[in-house]
Ligand binder design. Structure first.
Ligand code: NAG
Ligand code: NAG
Ligand code: NAG
Ligand code: NAG
Ligand code: NAG
Length: 180
């Protein structure tokens, strides 16, 4: 009985420590580019390290031709092998339609949930204000990455291409690593 209990406790300790040492996400770089200065300007887009455990991504994008009522976003995940190669996801979504009912597209919603709580893009179209992502932390991404869907270790790039009225206006690239 006692031996069994000890075994159980040991098993729990192992399971708990395995849980603790699940992969860890870190931001490595970001790159935001406006492709049409008449339509949009990247006011800022950066990573900031406050300390070893607190690192975040912030960005602010000005829209000059508001209200914007037609947005498409192409979202592709790439993983580094020899250079970055497409990995699992490459979707284009009609953002205005999606935002009316995010739960209708679970995979897109999965990516949306990475930044929704930290942004002002949490409503449906039209957009008549600057787009802001404020202090999206690595630990939040980490939670999304490892606790919801399991991903293998490696260097990743999430590339997002932003279209308005069918014209590509901006590219936002977020680089990160996932390590044991
Ligand atoms: C950012 O990406 C663009 C292309 O999307 C590239 O032209 C530019 O050199 C990159 N900037 C940096 C700092 O890497
Ligand atoms: C921006 O607007 C200016 C003035 O209207 C025009 O000359 C220029 O070609 C436009 N640039 C783009 C990228 O459309
Ligand atoms: C890192 O910075 C955050 C925000 O200032 C703070 O709450 C946290 O305690 C700091 N962590 C360490 C390990 O210094
Ligand atoms: C994603 O798919 C589109 C359309 O098929 C393609 O143009 C684009 O290059 C792909 N993106 C990546 C990163 O492979
Ligand atoms: C969007 O986020 C802002 C700021 O966090 C919040 O005040 C607002 O209620 C949110 N709107 C929706 C529709 O969730």
């Amino acid at each position: 009985m006692e031996a069994k209990l000890t075994l159980l406790v040991q098993l729990m300790v192992i399971l708990c420590s395995a849980w603790e040492i699940t992969s860890k996400f870190e931001f490595t770089n970001v790159n935001c580019t406006s492709l049409d200065e008449n339509f949009t300007e990247i006011e800022y887009c950066y990573l900031k390290s406050i300390n070893r455990t607190y690192k975040y991504f912030s960005a602010r994008v000005t829209l000059f031709q508001v209200p914007v009522t037609n947005i498409k976003v192409n979202l592709a995940l790439l993983k580094r092998l020899n250079g970055y190669k497409p990995f699992l996801y490459n979707y284009t979504v009609d953002a205005c339609r999606f935002l009316k009912n995010p739960k209708s597209k679970p995979v897109i919603n999965y990516f949306y949930e990475f930044f929704r709580p930290w942004s002002n893009m949490n409503h449906s179209c039209p957009f008549n204000h600057d787009l802001v992502v404020d202090k999206l932390t690595a630990s939040f991404i980490n939670h999304q990455f490892t606790n919801i869907l399991a991903f293998p270790e490696g260097d990743y790039l999430l590339e997002t291409n932003w279209f308005a009225y069918g014209i590509k206006r901006a590219v936002v690239k977020v680089y990160g690593t996932l390590r044991e």
